[in-house]
Design a protein around this ligand. Sequence first.
Ligand SMILES: Cc1cc2nc3c(=O)[nH]c(=O)nc-3n(C[C@H](O)[C@H](O)[C@H](O)COP(=O)(O)OP(=O)(O)OC[C@H]3O[C@@H](n4cnc5c(N)ncnc54)[C@H](O)[C@@H]3O)c2cc1C
Length: 330
Amino acid sequence: MSDPNPQDSGTGIDPQPGLEPDAPRTTHPHPARLPVHEIPILRRAPEVELVDVMDGDGRREVLVHDHGLMALVDVMPRLAPVGQTADFAIVQAARVSYGVGTKKVSHDRGLIRYLARHRHTTPFEMVEFKFHCVMPIFVARQWIRHRTANVNEYSARYSVVPERFYRPSEGNVRLQSTTNRQGGDERVTNATASEFLDYLAAIETQYARYSELLEQGLTREQARIGLPQSVYTEWYWKCDLHNIMHFLSLRMDSHAQDEIRDYAYAMFALIQPIVPMAAEAFLDYRLGGEVLTRLEIESLRTGEPLATTNKREASEWEAKRQRMGLADES
Ligand SMILES: Cc1cc2nc3c(=O)[nH]c(=O)nc-3n(C[C@H](O)[C@H](O)[C@H](O)COP(=O)(O)OP(=O)(O)OC[C@H]3O[C@@H](n4cnc5c(N)ncnc54)[C@H](O)[C@@H]3O)c2cc1C
C-alpha cells in the first residue's frame, strides 16, 4: 500500500489547515476524580440536519432460497447529513488524516475512490452493518471463517431446531467440475438431480425422530447431533465495511460456492444504497479488478509466455488474459 498523500492534487482532497486549537482550559477536568454520575457531559446539537440512512425502515430483507434470509437491521452511522449517505462517515474519518478536506460530494466520491484504490482501509471501518441472517449450516460453516465480524448464533443447545431444510432447486443441482475440485457449474442429468433431491428429502424425514427423542427427554445438545448440514441456523452478524468488502470479494467471486454467493449478493444489494460511493469503488477496484503478479507483468511486457512450470499458475494467467481480452476464450 502506498501512503496516501493529501497534497496530491489527483486525490480529490483539498489541502486544508489543521483543526483550530482551542484556548487551553484554565482548570483541568479530572473525570477519574469524580463519581461517574457527576462527570460533566457536554451535549451538542448536530451542526446540520440529519436523516435516517435507512429511511425509517425497521429492517430491510432479501429472501434467499427456500427458507433463507438476509436482513439489514441496523447501520452505523444511522444518521447522515441531509443529502448525503453513510459514505459521509468514511470521508469524515479520512478528513481526520487529511485536515478538514473538501465539502463537495463529487470530491467525496474522488476521495473514497482514492482510499479504495490505495487500500487506505481504516476510514471504511467507520461504517458498520448489522444483519440478521438465516442460512443452512453448510453455508454458515463457510461464513463463520470470516473472523472479523461479531456473531451471535441461534443456540441448538438451548432451543429446539426448527424444521427447515435447504433443498436446491432442481435446476441448481450441479455436476462436479473436472478442473475445480471445489465446484461445478454445469447441471447434472435430470435423473441424478431427482435422486439427489430424494436423498435430501429422505434425510429430512429424520426430523421426526429428533422431535420424538426430545419428547422422550433427550438433551437438545445431543439430539441435534443427528441433524444434517442442510438444516437452517440463524445469527446476527455485525461487521465493518472494510471487512464486509473483504468478505464480499471472496464470496461474490465465481470461485465461491453458489449458495453462499447468493447471500453475498443479497448483502451487497442491501449495503449498496446505504454507501453507494464505497459500493461503486468496490465494484470498480476490487470485485471487477484483477491483481497481476510480477511474472504476469513481465510476460505482458516482453510478450513471452509466463515464466513458470506450474500448470495451475499458467492456467490462472490464461483466465486473466481472457478476462482482459488478450486471449480467446476456449
Ligand atoms: C473459494 C474459497 C475456498 C475455500 N476453501 C477452504 C478450504 O478448503 N478449507 C478451509 O479451511 N478454508 C477454506 N476457505 C476459507 C479461507 O481459507 C478463509 O479462511 C476465509 O475465506 C476467510 O478469509 P480471511 O481469513 O481472509 O477473512 P477474515 O477472517 O475475515 O479475516 C480478514 C483479514 O483479517 C486478518 N486476520 C483475521 N484474523 C486473523 C488472525 N487470527 N491472524 C492474522 N490475521 C488475521 C487477515 O488479514 C485476513 O485476511 C475457502 C475460502 C474461499 C473463498
